[in-house]
Design a protein around this ligand. Structure first.
Ligand code: GLU
Length: 509
C-alpha cells in the first residue's frame, strides 16, 4: 500500500506573508486534498534573531482568510506535535551528534574573528562569498584533526561550537524534481553548512530534514530559492540513514516583478502601488503598515484563483477556477519552471470576475463593514442587496462599492452642474418641472412606469430621451456614472428622486 500523502507549509515567522508564500501554501493544499492527504503547518522559528512576535498568528489568519486551513499545526495540534521548531530543539541536537559520531559532521570552534579573517582572505582571492568547504576546512579551527578526547576537552571547557556537515568533493548528487526533472549538483561547489548553531538551535538545513522525516512528509514543495540547498539536504537524508523516506521535491518558480526583472519584493509593491502581502501587516519594529490584498478589497476566491494560474495551467484556455475545480485539476508536473510575471491589472480582472460570479450574500458583509468604516451605517439590508446587485458590474475591488453606490444612501454633496449647463435651455427646464409633477403622482414607483412617464413627457416637449438622461443622472448621482437612471430612481424612492431633481433645478434659478 502506498503511503498516505503528507505535505507541509513551513514558513519562518519573520513578517508579512508574501503572495509567493500563499501560492506555495495553495499548491501544497491542492496536492494534499487531491490525494486525500494531510496538509501540515510547521513554524520554522529556529532563527531567534529573525523572530517577529505576532507573525505566526498572522500567518494562520491569512490561511484562514484564504480558506486553506491546515489539518495539523501549532493552532490545531496533530499526531506529530510540537509543530513549532523552537519547541523541538532536543530532537535536532541528538541527530547532529549522531552525524559527528558517524564521521559525516564535525565540531567547528572558529571564533567570529577567525571567520572574519577567513572571509577577508577569500575576498582577496576574488571570492564573493565565504566558502567553508573541503578546500578551506583544513586551515580552520575544528575537530577534524583532533582525537575524540581532545575534542571533548575543548567542549567541556565551555568553548562555543557549531556542528558542520562534512561534504566530500567530487561527488555528483542528483534527484528528481517533480517540476524540473533530474537536477544534478557537483559537491565540489557545496559548502560544509552549519547544522547546529552555537545556541544549540538547528539551522534550517538540519531542522527541515529531521522534521520532514519525523513528520512523515511525503512531498515537499518549496520556493526555488532553496534549490541550491538540495544537495546538503539529500546528503543529510543519506547520512542519517533515511534516504528511502526522502520526500519527493518540487521547487516552485519565483513570482517575478511585472517587467520580469527579478523576484517580486515588498518594495516593488510600494513602488508600483500594489499589494504583495495577503493581509495587512504592521511591522512591529517600525510601526509601518503594509497593505494586503484582503484589505484592498480582494475576494479570497479571486486571490486563490489568480495565484493558482501564476505559474500553472491545465492545458486549456480556462482561467476562472473554484477551489474544488483546482483540487480536481491541479497537477504539480504542469507547473512551469520559468518564473511567472505578476500583473496587477490581471489580478484585478480576476477579482472583478469573482465579484460577478459569487452570490452577493457571500461578500455582502465585507462591503457593509467597509461602509461602516467609512461612516455609513446600513440599516435596510434589502435595499443594500439591491444596490450591490445593481453596481457590482462596475466594481473591481470590494472597496470600490462605496464610491459606486454611496449616492443610493445619501444625496450627493456636489452636483456636477457644469456638465449640464452648456446644453440647458428653457424647454428642458419645463420638462423637468413637469417630470417632477408627474413623478409625484405616480402610484406604483417602478422602473418601467418611471421610464414610460419620462418618455411621454419628453415626446410632448419634442425632446429626445437621450438628451435628458444625462441631466437626470447628474441630478440623482452628482456625476456622470452609476447604473441605469431608472434603476437608481426606483431604489432611492419617489420622495428622494423628486427632492434631488428639485434641488438641482434650484441651482439654475
Ligand atoms: N522555512 C523555510 C522558508 O521560510 C521553508 C522552506 C521549506 O519549505 O523547506 O521558506
Amino acid at each position: 500500500m502506498s503511503k498516505k500523502v503528507r505535505v507541509r507549509f513551513a514558513p519562518s515567522p519573520t513578517g508579512g506573508l508574501h503572495l509567493g508564500g500563499v501560492r506555495t501554501v495553495l499548491y501544497n493544499y491542492l496536492f494534499a486534498k487531491q490525494h486525500k492527504g494531510d496538509f501540515v503547518l510547521r513554524i520554522e522559528d529556529t532563527d531567534q534573531s529573525r523572530y517577529i512576535a505576532g507573525a505566526e498568528e498572522y500567518i494562520i489568519d491569512c490561511l484562514k482568510w484564504c480558506g486553506l486551513n491546515p489539518d495539523e499545526g501549532p493552532h490545531v495540534g496533530g499526531d506529530y506535535e510540537p509543530y513549532r521548531q523552537s519547541q523541538r530543539k532536543d530532537f535536532y541536537k541528538e541527530f547532529a551528534e549522531q552525524l559527528v559520531k558517524d564521521g559525516h559532521a564535525y565540531y567547528a570552534f572558529d571564533t567570529p574573528e577567525e571567520i572574519e579573517a577567513m572571509r577577508e582572505k577569500q575576498k582577496a582571492e576574488g571570492k564573493h562569498t565565504l566558502h567553508y568547504d573541503h578546500s578551506t576546512r583544513g586551515s580552520m579551527h575544528n575537530s577534524l584533526p583532533l582525537s575524540p578526547k581532545e575534542t571533548k576537552e575543548i567542549i567541556d571547557a565551555g568553548t562555543p561550537y557549531v556542528i558542520r556537515i562534512k561534504i566530500h568533493p567530487g561527488e555528483i548528487i542528483s534527484f528528481e524534481d517533480m517540476i524540473r526533472g533530474t537536477v544534478e549538483f557537483n559537491t565540489d561547489n557545496v559548502d560544509d553548512k552549519v547544522l547546529l548553531k552555537a545556541d544549540g538551535m538547528p539551522t534550517y538545513h538540519l531542522a527541515v530534514v529531521v522534521d520532514d522525516y519525523l513528520m512523515k512528509i511525503t512531498h515537499a514543495f518549496r520556493g526555488e530559492e532553496w534549490l541550491p540547498s538540495a544537495p546538503v539536504h539529500i546528503l543529510l537524508w543519506k547520512y542519517l540513514g533515511w534516504i528511502n523516506d526522502m520526500p519527493k521535491w518540487a521547487h516552485l518558480p519565483l513570482i517575478l516583478k511585472p517587467d520580469g526583472n527579478g523576484k517580486l519584493s515588498k518594495r516593488d509593491g510600494d513602488r508600483l502601488g500594489f499589494p504583495v502581502f495577503a493581509m495587512n501587516w504592521t511591522d512591529p519594529k517600525t510601526g509601518e503598515l503594509i497593505k494586503g490584498f484582503k484589505e484592498l478589497g480582494f475576494l479570497p476566491e479571486a486571490f486563490i484563483n489568480l495565484l493558482a494560474v501564476l505559474g500553472w495551467n491545465d492545458g486549456t484556455e480556462q482561467e476562472i477556477y473554484t477551489l474544488d475545480e483546482l483540487i480536481e485539476k491541479f497537477s504539480i508536473e504542469r507547473v512551469h519552471h520559468a518564473g511567472a510575471k505578476f500583473d496587477y491589472e490581471k489580478a484585478k480582472w480576476f477579482n472583478h470576475e469573482w465579484i460577478k460570479k459569487l452570490p452577493v450574500a457571500s461578500w455582502q458583509l465585507t462591503v457593509k463593514n467597509n461602509f461602516i468604516n467609512r461612516g455609513l451605517l446600513i440599516e435596510d439590508d434589502n435595499k443594500f442587496n439591491k444596490v450591490l446587485e445593481l453596481v457590482k458590474d462596475r466594481c473591481t475591488l470590494l472597496t470600490d462599492f462605496y464610491e459606486q453606490s454611496v449616492f443610493f444612501f445619501v444625496a450627493p454633496e456636489k452636483i456636477d452642474v457644469d456638465s449640464i449647463k452648456p446644453k440647458w435651455n428653457d424647454n428642458k427646464q419645463m420638462f423637468f418641472i413637469e417630470l417632477v409633477r408627474a413623478f409625484e403622482l405616480i402610484q406604483q414607483w417602478q422602473h418601467d412606469d418611471l421610464e414610460n412617464t419620462f418618455k411621454e413627457i419628453a415626446a410632448a416637449h419634442q425632446l429626445k430621451p437621450g438628451e435628458l438622461m444625462l441631466p437626470l443622472r447628474i441630478m440623482l448621482v452628482g456625476g456622470k456614472f452609476g447604473p441605469g437612471v431608472f434603476d437608481i430612481a426606483s431604489v432611492i424612492g419617489k420622495e428622494e428622486t423628486v427632492k434631488r431633481i428639485k434641488y438641482t433645478l434650484g441651482l439654475f434659478v
